[in-house]
Design a binder for this molecule. Structure first.
Ligand code: ADP
Ligand code: MG
Length: 476
């Protein structure tokens, strides 16, 4: 029988609407515009506390809507007519900072002219300094880059009223403890501090004691209550581990799979093996340049890469909407981490597979995990999967990379217009035939259905974008 993780808390008795909060009309309008009708459980638990001005420690799994929880609080504290930095959000990585910046902008859409600025490493300092000079209400950034600006005097925090630590657990993992403390010391003492985290490792309490004032705590242990995660454990010999991944992929045939290994070297070996077997597999690691990382994430999120191989540190915080399977190529010794890993599949009411490869030495770990999830593990053998369908697993989409992005003022609509319009001749695309279009600083990534990739390549090359010729290639 397939197992579903039990939820530690009962389902909330009734859905709670944003109406019960005292939010400005502009924020209400933005929520409506975004289609956020009811609060997610972490929003319902934390917003009343945050809007009342208390310090807060909030823990809930990835994908539970934590961003809007703190964004609504900091926007409520803001005076748009005062041009000074009034809120700061610290995030572990640039991707997360970008996601947070976008969510705050979406929620601030109907307020007058609120400026939200991302301050992260990987981009040059100068333009950020210029933007700061023009005045920003909210800054979102990584601790290192925020420190740079504080040292240079380009960022002033005297008017700050809200400090948010987002993904605090991840920031601790990445060794940002001292930086966070340093930055927090430079904020005014009378302020509201909100700490959000997906897990609750030891360091969080220590961090909170340093600079939160009588924080109220909200922890939602409710895990994956609505969707179904089907867990299966496969016993393998240690040396069969990597080979086993391809066998699982051919059997379950998930469109998108996140495969976890415990080391970078194992990630690289697995990605290489999978590619040699014909799978579209990519890996993510801390040594990559930002551009490479962006490119990998785009390809995985737009469904043109079947498998993303990563360590816990490289994968934490990624928000990928559709993930059919998680494979634990190496088991983690920590049940919390296991639950966090597999909680990435089976989201939004979809079913997901959580497949774990265990060598006899992992038995003890499985015992601890079984205890944490409160049910017996379901064991299967790889032998039962041999002789399966051997047709290669091909991703449904292809990513085209076009040179030119935000710096050239390219917007997604420009590319969509080029594909659906007449210029360049050939096939005129419908909106539905074009997948996600992602514009980064220097490149634009366009997902198209695999069978139309050539047609899209020809059309863009022949017709250009916004009347200008463009360079496009398919990523493989
Ligand atoms: P977390 O930070 O907890 O990992 P996010 O803030 O990134 O989660 O939110 C996950 C997704 O849920 C986002 O796509 C966001 O747009 C969506 N979301 C957030 N709040 C609501 C809501 N009240 N109703 C519907 N969708 C929501
Ligand atoms: Mg988040």
């Amino acid at each position: 029988m397939d197992e579903t993780l039990p939820s530690a808390l009962p389902e909330p008795a009734a859905e709670r609407k944003f109406d019960e909060l005292s939010l400005s009309p502009a924020l209400r309008a933005a929520l409506q515009h975004l289609g956020y009708q009811t609060m997610t459980p972490i929003q319902a638990a934390s917003l009343p506390i945050a809007l009342a001005g208390h310090d807060l420690i909030a823990q809930a799994k990835t994908g539970s809507g934590k961003t809007a929880a703190f964004a609504l609080a900091l926007l409520t504290n803001l005076n748009p007519r005062w041009f000074a930095v009034q809120a700061m959000v610290l995030c572990p990585t640039r991707e997360l900072a970008d996601q947070v910046t976008q969510e705050i902008r979406r929620l601030a859409r109907f307020e007058d002219n609120i400026k939200v600025l991302a301050l992260c490493g990987g981009s040059t300092l100068r333009p950020q300094m210029a933007s700061l000079e023009h005045g920003a209400h909210i800054v979102v950034g990584t601790p290192g880059r925020i420190m740079d600006h504080l040292e240079r005097g380009s960022l002033q925090l005297a008017a700050l009223n809200t400090l948010v630590l987002d993904e605090a657990d991840r920031m601790l993992d990445m060794g940002f403890y001292d930086d966070i403390v340093h930055v927090a010391r430079q904020c005014p003492r009378s302020r509201q501090t909100l700490l959000f985290s997906a897990t609750y490792p030891e360091g969080i309490d220590k961090l909170a004691r340093q600079f939160l004032r009588n924080p109220q705590e909200v922890k939602l242990l409710e895990r994956h209550a609505r969707s179904t995660i089907r867990q299966r454990f496969y016993e393998v010999k240690h040396e069969e581990r990597l080979q086993a991944v391809g066998i699982l992929l051919k059997h379950y045939r998930p469109v998108s799979t996140l495969a976890f290994c415990n080391t970078k070297a194992q990630c690289r070996d697995l990605a290489e093996l999978l590619r040699s077997q014909g799978f579209a597999a990519l890996t993510l690691n801390g040594d990559m340049e930002q551009r490479e990382r962006d490119q990998v994430l785009v390809q995985f999120a737009n469904r043109s890469c079947s498998v993303l191989v990563a360590t816990d540190v490289a994968a934490r915080g990624l928000d990928i909407a559709q993930l059919e399977a998680v494979i634990n190529v190496d088991m983690t010794p920590d049940p919390e981490v296991h639950i966090h890993r597999i909680g990435r599949t089976g989201r939004a009411g979809e079913d997901g597979w959580a497949l774990s490869l265990c060598s006899p030495g992992d038995r003890r770990r499985i015992g601890a995990i079984a205890q944490a999830i409160g049910s017996d593990p379901e064991w299967h053998t790889l032998g039962s999967l041999q002789g399966d369908d051997q047709t290669p697993l091909v991703p449904p989409m292809v990513t085209l990379q076009m040179l030119g992005g935000r710096k050239e003022k390219i917007r997604p609509g420009d590319v969509l217009g080029a594909l659906t319009g007449e210029a360049g001749g050939g096939h005129r695309f419908t909106r539905e035939e074009v997948g996600k279009i992602t514009v980064t600083d220097w490149s634009t990534y366009i997902a198209v259905a695999r069978e139309l990739a050539d047609a899209a390549l020809k059309k863009l090359t022949a017709g250009g974008v916004k009347g200008k010729p463009v360079k496009v290639r398919a990523l493989d």
